[in-house]
Design a binder for this molecule. Structure first.
Ligand SMILES: [Ca+2]
Ligand SMILES: [Ca+2]
Ligand SMILES: [Ca+2]
Ligand SMILES: [Ca+2]
Length: 577
């Protein structure tokens, strides 16, 4: 019931609201004295004998009763009521004759109102909607052909019509429904002019989005921005942006940052709608990081640079430390000899193959700027690392007298023991030795050993990347010649004292006695035995010597061992009878 009641109540109100207000619809006498008569109104003529119109009488036509009472004006504009010939109060006609005329102006047409909307930007939407911006005002100018404009009326949004007097501001963000019309002084009413339009006073709203390679507000040269603007009214006219102090540009698809330098930057942006409402500027502050990380690559452990090459061992590791100017390091990767890169976590060894190795590394910051480097670009002079996994070849040699018997080498104190080491790659760093397990010492030249005896030498060669080879050998030093023996083939038959020998008794043997010589070496074999008979030339002892000479005979014996150590006997004296 209540609902029905409400509708019943609203309907008449609505109708009432749009009712045209009453206007004066009488005849109208203008300021110039002209009489205006509404075109549709009847005319009745009254005649009186006094200026006040008292006791007036309505005129009737006996000739044309059908066209009078009422009578209608036949011509738009001026019409005349007339009598022939003017006469004075003595009823005498004017000479020349003058026709007497009463003017009445018929007005059948309403005014024409010209409505204008000024002060604001306007835009016709694609949907046909008319939009206006801020500071819109409505003004109306009406003109009328005859009686003139009486009033102009307007209604906004179905409000009751009001009389228009001055321009009307329309500063509300909304859709408007405006009606305007005018009436002339005789009551002719113009048809209502209707206007539908939208006043858009709201600025657009823009949002930016960031795409590609970024870390918070740190962007990369590959980062691009998009701006999305929306306007609930007239729609977006254009979006403007400005990078730092560059010229403003109209945003189209995206904002690229690839030409910016490393450092702080800002982008200002805003949008206009189609009725020139400007959005408040927004600013994006960011840092453009276009700088790749730096990498300090170091070789940790065994290493040696020589002959333009860098030698390392299988124990050597490569250490990578990366730093970044701004965004920070995200990953470090490395590749050995062009293999698929691996993520670096800690110092790594190369693989275990002898030869050249190239280490490439990649450091990427959090906005994906990537440095590609080779080890040479850090602190090494060459691009490759040479793994030296082969220990030096080491050897020993005896110089001078030497004798080998079975597995034993015999030398003398005059013999020299030479050590040598050879490394084809990184080269020799150290060659050293120990004698009989004693203190290690650096080899600086041939070794000589004074004392006789059995020796063991342990020696080792180390290359520049600490690959080591060790060997040991043993030998005997023998400086002593053989012990000499001499035996005669028979017993002496007596002694003799000679004056020239100071009377010392000398053993006497028979003619033809044989002398046997021999020598025994304590360490190694006796080599040869020599003898000198009666100071003659020395002869090698081959077989027993038969002595035929009579008288005093002297002999001396010399024996050598296989090393050439010799023993010389005293000079023996015998007497042959
Ligand atoms: Ca008129
Ligand atoms: Ca807007
Ligand atoms: Ca960086
Ligand atoms: Ca080596």
């Amino acid at each position: 019931m209540r609902k029905v009641f409400t509708i019943l109540l609203l309907c008449p109100l609505y109708l009432f609201a749009q009712e045209k207000p009453a206007v004066d619809a009488n005849y109208y006498v203008g300021e110039d004295g002209k009489l205006y008569w509404h075109g549709k109104k009847p005319v009745y003529i009254f005649i009186a004998d006094n200026p006040e119109g008292a006791n007036a009488h309505k005129l009737e036509s006996q000739i044309h009763p059908q066209f009078t009472n009422p009578l209608y004006l036949d011509t738009e504009g001026i019409n005349y009521f007339r009598t022939n010939w003017a006469a004075d109060s003595s009823l005498k006609q004017m000479v020349p004759k003058v026709e007497v005329l009463f003017e009445v102006y018929r007005d059948s047409n309403p005014p024409v109102t010209s409505v204008s909307y000024t002060g604001a930007q306007k835009f016709k939407g694609a949907d046909g909607v008319q939009y206006y911006g801020k500071n819109l005002s409505l003004s109306a100018v009406a003109s009328d052909k005859h009686s003139g404009v009486q009033k102009t009326f307007y209604s906004i949004d179905n409000a009751p019509f009001a009389v228009y007097s001055d321009s009307i501001p329309l500063n509300t963000d909304k859709k408007f429904d405006v009606k305007v019309y005018s009436a002339d002084n005789t009551g002719n009413v113009e048809a209502i002019q209707m206007f539908d339009f939208v006043v858009d006073m709201k600025s657009p709203v823009s949002e930016y989005s960031v795409h590609n390679d970024r870390s918070g507000m740190i962007f990369s040269p590959r980062t691009y921005l998009k701006i999305k603007s929306t306007d609930l009214g007239s729609g977006i006219s254009k979006v403007v942006y400005q990078i730092d102090d560059q010229a403003e540009k109209t945003f189209t698809d995206q904002i690229n940052l690839s030409t910016l330098s490393d450092g702080n930057h800002k982008i200002k942006f805003y949008a206009y709608d189609n009725v020139k409402n400007k959005e408040e500027e927004q600013i994006i502050d960011f840092y453009l990081d276009s700088t790749v990380p730096t990498v300090e690559a170091t070789v940790v452990g065994d290493q040696y640079q020589n002959r333009g090459r860098v030698f390392i061992s299988t124990r050597t590791k490569v250490k990578l430390v990366a730093e970044d100017n701004k965004a920070g390091v995200k990953t470090i990767k490395y590749s050995i000899n062009g293999a698929e890169p691996e993520t670096y976590y800690e110092p790594f060894e190369l693989n275990k193959e002898q030869g050249h190795h190239v280490v490439t590394y990649f450091a990427t910051d959090k906005v994906n700027n990537t440095l590609e480097g080779k080890l040479e670009e850090a602190n090494l002079s060459r691009s490759s690392l040479d793994i030296d996994m082969v220990a030096p070849e080491i050897s020993y040699d005896f110089k001078g007298r030497k004798h080998v018997s079975r597995d034993t080498t015999f030398v003398t104190s005059q013999s020299e023991i030479a050590l040598s080491a050879l490394d084809k790659d990184s080269g020799i760093k150290d060659l050293g030795y120990k004698i009989n397990g004693g203190q290690g010492q650096t080899y600086s030249g041939p070794i000589k050993l004074e004392e006789e005896g059995f020796y063991t030498i342990d020696f080792y060669g180390t290359d520049q990347v600490n690959n080591r080879n060790t060997k040991s050998f043993f030998f005997v030093v023998d400086n002593t010649g053989p012990a000499i023996e001499h035996i005669l083939s028979m017993e002496p038959i007596g002694t003799i004292s000679l004056e020239e020998k100071s009377g010392v008794p000398i053993k006497v043997y028979s003619q033809g006695v044989k002398l046997f010589l021999g020598a025994t070496d304590k360490t190694i074999d006796t080599d040869k035995v020599f003898y000198t008979l009666d100071n003659q030339a020395e002869i090698e002892y081959i077989k027993p010597i038969t002595i035929q000479k009579k008288g005093l005979v002297t002999y001396q014996v010399r024996a050598t061992d296989k090393l050439g150590n010799e023993t010389r006997s005293e000079k023996f004296e015998i007497f042959i009878k």
